[in-house]
Structures are given as structure tokens and as C-alpha cells.
Design a protein around this ligand. Sequence first.
Ligand SMILES: [Zn+2]
Length: 374
Amino acid sequence: MERKWVNTQLSGMRGSWSDAPSASNITFKNYDHMEKTLAAARTYVVQFQEGEVERKFQGTTYKFQFQYRDPWKWIVDLLSDPSLSSDIHWYPAQKFLCEDGVTTQLFDEPYTSGKWYKIQGTLPQVRNLPHCYVPMALWLDKGMVTKRVRKHPIILRPLFLNSNIRNASGNGGGVLVGYMIIPIDPSDSDDRNAAQSIDWARFRRELMHKAFKIIFGSLIQPAKHGEALTCGDNILRVCYPGIPITSIDGEEACSVSACRAALALFPCPRCLVHHNDLDKICKSFTLRTTETMKRFYEDAMAAPTKTESERIIQSVGLHATENFFWSLPNSDPYSANSYDLLHSDESGKWGKHLWPLLLDALKTKGYKGRLTMK
Ligand SMILES: [Zn+2]
């Protein structure tokens, strides 16, 4: 808002617009005072900085700037905050319900998950020096913020705090770590053939992973070797950050996994289900892992010819994109998809998604008008 509008509003709210001007609770006197106060407050939170990536597409080099803030600085702030330390889960735990001789394991908050339990077992065990995993959930999606402006926010939430804290907006809640690049399509997407569509998808995915490398780059060293921190409860711990959970839709899941999605023979971002077996929803398929996918990528890069390289990378439905998450330990991007998106509702259920398709199928079977949606 412009300076003159802020000044008009503040003087109005503190003066003639108010019933009892002397009793106004607004302490900002004017625009300059407000700006000065906000600047002082900003020193307590991690600031945004500018990142830049460049990439070639069909012979032209494109440069993109984006805003982000350092997630490791944010994590250190949380871990060293005395007001949060008693709420932090420093270790995983297992919960059991024992009833009538039957034992059932319970899973509620992330610290009760098998994944965290397994990761903790891989960290060094040192007497009097706790080594702790510090997991986060990643959320990102494109959306309109006004009629004309589209943004692609990236949000992290601390999984070591319970849902009532991490899903709220206060201290310990989610934090906006940046805005993903949204490249504008230079040509008409309807005129492209399949190979050109794959090229464009690969370009976007490569940009995304290059941006991830800048945004989350500060996590790599502590995730690999741990970083000793004096936490909010005055205990020294060696902390290992990681991103074991992503909360994303089908399209984003393919981008984060750098998979080829619907056009591929193996379209699932989580497992190696063949395109022809997608309807076999009760069957299990080999899961993708960082280790196996990285190996296919490296084999493709080392192949003697371009054709052979393409064959290898296509044989698992990957793009030839170096996935950022391969470099971040305990952050497998394939298992991070909370459930198998593609085999359940990758295209969404209602509205313009699966619903019209279902109605069409019912119509051809002669059941039109026999099903209603309440
Ligand atoms: Zn799958």
C-alpha cells in the first residue's frame, strides 16, 4: 500500500474515525514508524534472498530469478527456541495398544512412523551426545493469488512437532521457503508432438531441480554429517535434517520424482508399474528408490550413444534429470509420496476430473440417470 494511504488510514484510525482516540490500541504513528518497526521485527526471522538459474531450451538460454529463504537457518531457529523445546520429538517412538491379549501398533504423529524409526537406527550412537533426525514435510503447488498472478509457493513443516503446532500458523508452524519458477511456454502446447512435449516437461523439471538445489542446498552437509547445535533446552545434539514426506498432487509428484508421467511406459512416481497394469490396483510392484533410480540415470549418462542412453532412461519412465533429492540423505523422493497417487486418484475425482468419465461409462452401459450425486 502506498505511503499516503497508510498515513491516511493510520491517522484516521488513531484519530477522528475512532470513538475514543486516546484509547486506540494502534501504536504505529505513521508510515515511517511502521516501516521502522517492521524492519526491526524482521531481524528475528529468516530473510528472503534471490536465487538464479539458467537453462537452455531448443537452443535459447533462459534465465530465471526466484525468491527463497534458507531452510536450515529456519530449522536452527526452531531447534534452539526454548519455547518449543519441550514440544519437540527428538526421537522416534513406537506406540502399541494392548487389549484382550491382542497387540496392535498405532501410528499417529510422524515420530511413531516406521520410516523415522529405521532412519534413527542408522545414525551414530554416541554416549552423552544425542544424534537426532530432524524431518520436514514439503508442500508445493501452483495457484492463482489474484486473477492475473500465478505463484508456485513451497512450504515446509516441521515433522518433529505435533500436528496442532506444525499445521498452525504460529511459531513452529509451516514456513514459506520460496516460490518455484514458473516458465512461460514459448510455443503453443497444442501444436507439439510427443517428443517436443517430453522436451518441454524435461526443461521444466530440470529448472525445478536446479532451484531445489539452491533452496535446499544448505541442508546437504548437515543431512550427510550432522551439525552440532545447542538446542532450546540447553542440550547439545547432532542434528540431521531430511525431507521424508511430500504433500503434493500427481503432477507435482512427477516433477519432484523427475518421472515422465502419463506418456511413459512406467508412469508412476512411486513404483515401477507398467502402463498396461495400472488397473491392477491390488497388485504390488517394485518400488522406486533413490539408489535404483540414480543407477539408471548414471548408466544412461555413461551410455556410448544417445539412443542407448534414451533407452535406459525410458525403461524406467524417468527424465534424464539429475534429481536434487538424491543428494539429500534420508529424503527418498519416491517413498516420500504419502500414498500411491497414480493408482488411486491421480486425476482427481469430482468436477471436471473422473466424474464426467464415470458418467460417460454409465451412459454407454445404459445406466444413465440411475446414479445421482448428493
Ligand atoms: Zn505405483
